[in-house]
Every structure is written in structure tokens, then in C-alpha cells.
Design a protein around this ligand. Structure first.
Ligand SMILES: NC(=O)c1ccc[n+]([C@@H]2O[C@H](COP(=O)([O-])OP(=O)(O)OC[C@H]3O[C@@H](n4cnc5c(N)ncnc54)[C@H](OP(=O)(O)O)[C@@H]3O)[C@@H](O)[C@H]2O)c1
Length: 220
């Protein structure tokens, strides 16, 4: 597939590298297309991908990952352009973290709204599916790093788009379908993003990010 990965940070690089390894055509998007982070990534995959502006990457991708800095995701997606995102699935990985007042970061939006919803409202013709934002990037593409079953959440307003994303998460990254919990419409992004408050605390406690949630249900 032709896949756009918007973002040159560790998440964008991790997802883009895995997708290139799987044989997909990947365009990594950024503000300038030729920044150092993108160049470094392209070198790391032996040139098997391409660098582009947010707009050119979004136009290229049949599906688009948003791995941009959460406080600036809307700005980045505006640069990507509504026309380039129209009728496409946007897998929204970004978390609305505001580091401007130091650690721990706060959320730019929460409780009665979320970044996922803000993006869906601003791009009504795009199929926004929130996914992968609840785990560290190494786990996104290799869930077996944390042994045993553990859970991933997805949400979005279009049920078919959610099913497609769940299929890709299994096929590309190895999440088993039983471990993917479909939370329904995009308002599910509120909880998925607010989990960051506890996730960051746990990261501080354990000193590494390779952990995840496992839901246990009582026997009936
Ligand atoms: N780190 C993890 O394991 C993890 C796990 C789950 C979710 N997340 C979320 O994933 C997202 C990406 O995280 P990251 O650490 O890989 O990268 P990041 O440093 O948060 O974001 C990097 C990207 O944001 C873009 N950006 C920054 N400021 C911008 C602005 N003013 N306007 C437009 N674009 C701007 C950058 O563009 P340029 O390339 O042009 O500089 C770059 O592509 C974040 O939202 C994060 O919360 C991270």
C-alpha cells in the first residue's frame, strides 16, 4: 500500500520503518520535507521510502498516520490539507500533550472533548480512527515485547474504518484481534488520551515505557 506517515519523531520513524520492512511504499511527512530527522530516517531504511511535505505525503497515502506533536497536530493536519485527506482513513496516534509548563505535561483538551474529536470536527470528510496512542512506539509495532495478552483500544465514527484499522494492526504489527478493543465512536478518544496522565506516572515509576494494560474480567 501507499502509506503516509506524518511526523518525523520517534513514533513516525518507528511506524514508517516497520511499514517499509513490510514492503509498503511510505512517504514521511514534515513541515519542510528535507529536515534532518527525515533524512536520518531515510538513511536508516536504505532509501526505501520518501520524504515529503505534510501535504505531499497526505496526497500520496491511501491511508495516513498522524504521528505529529499533539499540541501542533491540528496545525500539521491543516498543512496536510483537507483535500489530501478527503475520504481517507487517518490513524490518529497523537496525544494532546502540552509540555510548555514543564513536567508532567498537561492535556490541551480533555474531559468533554479530545484531540481525536477536534481533528474529526475539523476534517469531516476524513475517517479518523484513534489508535496506538496508548502504548509506547516500540510496542505499537511489536506487541510481543510485553509478553502475554494485553489490550489496545481503537475508536472512530465509521465502523468499517475501525474494522479496517483493526485488520491492519493485526496484519502489519501483530496485534491479535481479541486484544483490540473497539470503543465505538470518536468520543472514545477522551479516555484513550486521558490515560496519558496515568501512563506518564507509570513511566516515571518503572523507568521505561514497555508496559501496557491488560483487562481481566471475572468468570461468569
Ligand atoms: N513516544 C511514544 O512512544 C508515543 C506513544 C504514543 C503516542 N505518542 C504521540 O505520538 C506523537 C508523536 O510523538 P513523537 O515523540 O514521535 O514526535 P513529536 O516530537 O511529538 O512530534 C514530531 C512531529 O511534530 C511536528 N511538529 C512539531 N511542531 C509543529 C508545528 N508547530 N506545526 C506542525 N508540525 C509540527 C514535527 O514536524 P517537523 O518534522 O517538520 O519538525 C514532527 O514531524 C505525539 O503526539 C505523542 O504524544 C508518542
Amino acid at each position: 500500500m501507499k502509506i503516509a506517515v506524518l511526523g518525523t519523531g520517534m513514533v513516525g520513524k518507528t511506524l514508517a520503518t516497520k511499514l517499509v520492512q513490510l514492503g509498503h511504499q511510505v512517504a514521511m511527512g514534515s513541515r519542510t520535507a528535507d529536515g534532518d530527522a527525515g533524512q536520518e530516517w531515510l538513511k536508516s531504511v536504505g532509501g526505501k521510502g520518501k520524504l515529503a511535505t505534510f501535504a505531499d505525503a497526505a496526497a500520496f497515502g491511501e491511508v495516513v498516520f498522524d504521528c505529529t506533536n499533539g499540541a501542533n497536530s491540528l496545525a500539521a493536519l491543516r498543512q496536510a490539507g483537507a483535500a489530501n485527506l478527503r475520504r481517507k482513513i487517518l490513524i490518529h496516534v497523537s496525544n494532546p500533550l502540552d509540555f510548555s509548563k514543564g513536567m508532567p505535561p498537561t492535556l490541551t483538551v480533555c474531559n468533554t472533548d479530545s484531540l481525536g474529536e477536534q481533528v474529526q470536527r475539523e476534517f469531516p470528510d476524513t475517517l479518523v480512527v484513534k489508535a496506538l496512542n496508548t502504548v509506547a512506539c516500540a510496542l505499537m509495532v511489536q506487541p510481543s515485547l510485553a509478553p502475554g495478552g494485553h489490550h489496545l483500544f481503537i475508536c472512530g465514527n465509521d465502523a468499517k474504518a475501525r474494522d479496517k484499522v483493526a485488520g491492519w494492526l493485526s496484519e502489519w504489527f501483530g496485534w491479535t484481534s481479541g486484544d483490540i478493543i473497539d470503543l465505538g465512536d470518536i468520543t472514545g478518544a477522551r479516555g484513550m488520551e486521558m490515560w496519558m496522565a496515568l501512563w506518564l506516572r507509570l513511566y516515571g515509576k518503572f523507568g521505561h515505557p514497555q508496559f501496557n494494560l491488560r483487562l481481566i474480567f471475572p468468570n461468569k
